[in-house]
Ligand binder design. Structure first.
Ligand code: HEM
Ligand code: HEM
Length: 175
């Protein structure tokens, strides 16, 4: 249920919990990431697990989003900004799906077994000798690009909250 709190329509409790868990998992996946040679010699199982948890969480999150658990945009008087926010959130969602899948693909190409907190998962691509290819390279870079996108997202949230004073941060606040 979306709740009203001093005129601010908040995201549902589940959406808020999943948002902050995802933010934590992205940071944890980034901190535990390794380059290709290390990945083969010593697979970063925590990196795989944190990253796959992002993929697991994005599924119910998108379902709830489309079931209407995202409150209406605050920018009804600024349609350009409302559209920019929608596009920005869609790009973040695309990364939350593409990043774990491309990582899983990269690990498979490197011939490294992937597991999710101890549960073994199948390879999604045939292993190759040498460089794991373009998608693996995209994964390595996208893993850092999402942090820049999240930084921009935080700046936009701060701008809304402190300049427009529209209570944006309270919409997603766990308290
Ligand atoms: C990697 C980290 C993060 C990701 C991937 C992320 C992703 C998202 C996405 C996809 C939405 C849209 C939800 C929807 O409408 O379905 C959202 C909303 C929001 N996020 Fe984040 N977020 C991150 C970190 C943060 C941080 C650190 C803040 C703190 C300032 C923040 C503040 C917000 C707020 C206030 C909203 C609600 C915007 C509104 O509709 O009013 N996010 N986030
Ligand atoms: C969704 C969150 C994820 C983030 C933020 C992320 C981030 C990164 C980053 C920054 C690197 C480059 C590290 C370096 O070059 O030092 C990397 C490499 C890698 N990641 Fe991820 N990753 C995520 C999910 C995953 C998942 C779910 C898997 C596998 C199931 C995975 C497998 C790999 C592999 C195999 C590499 C090495 C690729 C290569 O060297 O060609 N990642 N990741």
């Amino acid at each position: 249920m979306i709740s009203r709190n001093s005129h601010v329509v908040r995201y549902s409790t589940v959406m808020i919990a999943v948002h902050w868990m995802t933010a934590f998992l992205i940071m944890a996946a980034w901190i535990t990431s390794e380059g290709g040679r290390h990945v083969v010699a010593n697979p970063p199982l925590l990196h795989f697990s944190f990253g796959l948890a992002v993929l697991v969480l994005v599924v119910p999150r998108l379902v709830l989003h489309f079931l209407g658990q995202t409150p209406p945009a605050l920018d009804e008087h600024r349609p350009g900004l409302a559209l920019a926010a929608r596009i920005g959130h869609a790009v973040l969602y695309a990364f939350l799906i593409g990043l774990p899948l491309s990582g899983w693909y990269a690990a498979s190409r490197l011939g490294v077994s992937v597991s999710f907190f101890g549960i073994g998962l199948p390879a999604i691509a045939a292993p190759v000798q040498g460089a794991p290819g373009l998608i693996a390279e995209i994964h390595e870079n996208a893993g850092t690009v999402i942090l820049y996108l999240a930084g921009l997202h935080v700046l936009m949230a701060g701008w809304h909250h402190f300049v427009f004073r529209d209570g944006t941060l309270r919409r997603m606040s766990p308290f």
